[in-house]
Write a protein that binds this ligand. Sequence first.
Ligand SMILES: [Zn+2]
Length: 482
Amino acid sequence: MKLYSTLDREVVQIKPLVDNTISIYNCGPTVYFNMHIGNIRAYINWDILYRAFLYLGYDVNRVMNLTDVGHMTADEDFGEDKIEKSASSEGVKPIEIANRYIRSVLADFRKMNILSPSGEEIDPNMDLGKLKEIGFLRATEYINEMIEMIKKIEKNGYAYETKQALYFDISKIPDYTIFTGQSLDEKAEGVREEVNVDPDKHHPADFVLWMKRVGKYENHIMHWKSPWGDGFPGWHIECSAMGTTVLGDKFDIHTGGIDNMSVHHPNERAQNIGTYGRPVVSYWIHNEWVVMGDDSKMSKSSGKSFLLEDILKMGFNPLDLRYLYSSVKYNMKLNFSKEALEGARNSRLALINRLTELKKKSSGQDGKILPSYVKKFKEYLDDCLNISKVLALINEIIKSNEKPEDILTTIYDFDRVLGLDLEVSLVENGLSIPDSVLELVEKREEARKGKNFKLADSLRDQIMNMGYRVVDTSDGFNIEEI
Ligand SMILES: [Zn+2]
């Protein structure tokens, strides 16, 4: 497979360390708030990446972290711990915040048909003690591994201690700013504030490996014993420690958002070099942001963001969002608007309609997967996950003269990567709607044709009350369960 590699600054052929096996570490969410749909984009991209590797015949070892300690506000060393801040404002313990928002992440992932890192369908009500078994790693469960790694970094001469913290000395990593190409002086300018907080810090961009429970953090609730005193780990060490513990001291792919390119990932890479004397990750892959009309990033702090919940209330299906996100390559900005989402919904429903028609025409026997289309499908996956070409290919197959059952079987096979639940949607959409609802839908169509829009609207409301929604499309309408 070819992917855009940030450090190579170009699209490269991914060459795994071990033949036919791919190891992937996904930087995951900090669990202190409900994700907005901008955050969710990354996880859909990496879900498709994972499914694509499986489809192409690889064995995949994959994990994703859940940050439940040490991530400070504004990504600073001396901010407030995001989890503890939420906990104190809500008057509960940090672990309650972490558990609550882990459940929220699991629920969103399930709705979006995102598999667990190890490939299972996610049960949002699962026992949280079993997260590790399905590839989700909680930072607080790897404190010992973090301490062991920090000890090595210190022993290798990459760290220094002040009264407040143990720091990584970035002057020891000559290509520290390799991700952005920024000069270290520019970088220093950006983090100058921090020198004021700890006057013993050598370089403004040196970062915390271990924060002591002193001064500002005297009352930090989450804390552990360590060779540098009672305290808690810096944010970045968790990914280095968990990645190398679970995937080994060399692995293939590490993903994250482009916002990780200036601080989090240079720090992770520095820690890896500090521990092993060489880099650990072969390919760093970054996803672009979801932007709004004026090209600004969708973010919680800007106040311009939608939760998954919000778009469901607007009448969308979570898979409409998945369809929209799939159609844009992960390394391109994605412009989100209600109109774009409506477009995706129409395309998804039109696809289901066509498949429903094919199902009616099919012999009812098992079809076969059409090899010439599989070849093209694989080519498009290989090309940086070009799903928009896959969607066009699906339309091409539908219009072909192949047998309906073969067309359906081939498209269901592709859906193992797309994750649009096409077969299930087909059943819901075409085959299981009660007659009473269908009668109302027919009456509504007649009313619309006769331009009696008032009656049509009232019939639409009645249909809604029965748990269904009629969605008009360019070539007719669809009926969806609410
Ligand atoms: Zn990370």
